[in-house]
Design a protein around this ligand. Structure first.
Ligand code: FAD
Ligand code: SIN
Length: 536
């Protein structure tokens, strides 16, 4: 079955929704279709706690300071032009989402001003937030705004499987084939199992992160790297996948949760202190900025303390903070701790690092164009050059909005050049059978998470990386066999995509023979003078 649209957007987080709203408002004559694999409100965006970094108080802050903080966190691999673009254009994009109905907390003593928070690596207070539910508030406002626009259709419970390229017309495409075009995507309607050939003049990947490759992650279960894997399969360019960000302070819950609950960095910005298992402060041994050093440094320090003591967590001490202020800023974190019998005002909160953010992804230029024509990408699935080797806290939501804005301009300029490619054949399910044993998929998923967590986590080595590659190869072969013989299911597609992401992370890690930012290997503990990017 075929469907057509002008602009096909895969994903309904901050990146996909912002782009849809802007394009729909600028061009009411265009039909915009958003595909999203569960309910549209479920995304990494929805779980964002700390907020959006933007230069807001011009008396104390300026663009240059935000640029320098971003470059410093990125450890020599940021693209300076991109950093300047995002920092300088960011505040205007924040103003727009406020105009669309997003609320941010105001200063308690002055209702005219926003209450600006601080997080690791920031030299100034510049984080706009809504309690500890910033992402939920943004997601809500964007969904309401999108709903008010008649030329946006949202397809919930539709799963994007593969991008459509000349490969689907029988052409042989390789990684060096020039001028590959994208004509849309094969989309699985999860409610009835039909696979739709969704044809579009322009396609945008906004599918978010891939935290689910690890056992412990703050990312919800939708974060399976589908977009990056699809672009990689379509022979598009992917970069910097070795830079996986672990958040230092996920709540340690011995019962196990997926996702892990985050204790926002803003809590440390508010004055909380990290302590080891003996309740002693330790961050002074690692960085003069102590608990507010950039994330790579704090996560590695915690990992080291845990390894030294053999414990499964360290502590976050909030007991010296005032209860009224803490509850006003962090009601969700307070309630979650209390539900587990931890009173943050009396007890230390047990915390542990968890996979949080992919700094690498689909390579895009400053207009969000990928290496494939008629295909754009924005949000966490991309590598824009902003984050380099380590993302500065709260720069991600900002980056997604700035790139969505830039892409909408480019789409408006370009779209009249493109037609719908009706010749693309429908999905061929011949020779496949209904899956008999779901356990094959769930067990492989567990194995993947074990491999990545044990061998390609915060601290890496040549031996660990080689082990991971050997085991991933086997998992890949078994899963491809299953994919060829079994009818398509979202679970199988997600497993296949996660294995691809696991491979890309591990392979990129094997190519970086130095330690830099989020990539630390005991075999090459120093950074090299000459740095390069990993292109796959
Ligand atoms: P997402 O918001 O993840 O949206 C992706 C969308 O794509 C979803 O709708 C998903 O269902 C859909 N999708 C995926 N695959 C498919 C498929 N195959 N078919 C159809 N649909 C698909 N960043 C900050 O800047 N500040 C913060 O305070 C902050 N806090 C965070 C806290 C947590 C707990 C987490 C997990 C992340 C946090 N981040 C924060 C990071 C930030 O939230 C994300 O990077 C950002 O929201 C990503 O937005 P996105 O639109 O790119 O992707
Ligand atoms: C947090 O609130 O600690 C997350 C912020 C981020 O990931 O940018």
């Amino acid at each position: 079955m075929k469907k057509t649209t002008d602009v096909l957007i895969l994903g309904s987080g901050i990146a996909g929704l912002t782009l849809a709203i802007k394009t729909a408002e600028a061009r009411p004559d265009l039909k915009i279709s958003i595909i999203t694999k569960v309910e549209q409100g479920e995304s990494n965006t929805r779980y964002a706690q700390g907020g959006v970094a933007a230069v807001w108080n011009k008396d104390t802050d300026n663009h240059q300071k935000h640029i320098e903080d971003t470059l410093d966190a990125g450890d020599g691999l940021c693209n300076e032009e991109v950093v300047r673009i995002v920092v300088e254009e960011g505040p205007e994009r924040v103003r727009e989402i406020i105009d669309w109905g997003t609320r941010f907390d105001k200063d308690k003593s002055n209702d005219e001003e926003y209450d600006l928070g601080k997080e690791g690596g920031h030299s100034e207070n510049r984080i706009l937030h809504y309690k500890d539910l910033t992402g939920w508030e943004i997601q809500r406002a964007l969904m309401e705004k999108a709903k008010s626009l008649e030329n946006i259709d949202v397809y919930e419970h539709y799963f994007a499987i593969n991008l459509l390229t000349p490969h689907n017309l029988g052409y042989n495409i390789t990684r060096v084939t020039p001028n590959i075009d994208c004509y849309g995507a094969y989309i699985l309607d999860k409610t009835d199992g039909d696979i739709i050939t969704f044809l579009a003049k322009i396609t945008v990947v906004a599918t978010g992160g891939a935290g689910q490759i690890y056992r412990n992650t703050t990312n919800p279960t939708i974060a399976t790297g589908d977009g990056v894997a699809m672009v990689y399969r379509a022979k598009g360019r992917v970069e910097s996948m070795e830079f996986v960000q672990f958040h230092p302070t996920a709540l340690y819950n011995p019962a196990g949760e997926n996702p892990d609950f985050l204790v926002s960095e803003a809590v440390r910005g508010y004055g909380a202190i990290l302590r080891d298992i003996n309740k002693e402060e330790f961050m002074q041994n690692y960085d003069p900025r102590k608990s507010l050093a950039p994330r790579d440094i704090v996560a590695r320090a915690i990992d080291n303390e845990m390894k030294k003591s053999g414990s499964e967590h360290v502590y976050l001490d909030c007991t010296h903070l005032d209860k009224e202020g803490f509850y006003r800023h962090f009601p969700t974190i307070y309630d979650k701790c209390m539900s587990l019998g931890i009173d943050p005002m009396k007890d230390y909160i047990p915390v542990t690092p968890a996979c949080h953010y992919m700094c690498g992804g689909i390579k895009v230029d400053t207009n969000g164009r990928t290496s494939i024509r008629r295909l754009y990408a924005c949000g966490e699935c991309t590598q824009t050059g902003l984050h380099g080797a380590n993302r500065l806290a709260s720069n991600s939501l900002l980056e997604a909005m700035v790139y969505a804005h830039r892409i909408h301009f480019d789409i408006i300029k370009e779209i009249s050049r493109f037609d719908i490619k009706y010749e693309i054949p429908d999905w061929d399910a011949m020779g496949t059978m209904e899956p008999k044993e779901m356990v094959l998929i769930t067990q492989s998923m567990k194995e993947l998470k074990e491999i990545m967590s044990s061998y390609v986590g915060i601290v890496r080595s040549n031996v660990r990386i080689k082990r991971a590659l050997d085991r991933l190869k086997l998992l890949h072969a078994e899963t491809e066999e299953l994919y060829r013989s079994t009818a398509i299911s979202p679970q199988l597609c997600e497993l296949r995509n996660l294995i691809t992401i696991g491979y890309l992370v591990t392979h990129s890690a094997s190519m970086r023979r130095e330690s830099r930012g989020l990539h630390f290997t005991t075999d090459y503990p120093e950074a090299l003078d000459f740095v390069d990017k990993t292109i796959i």
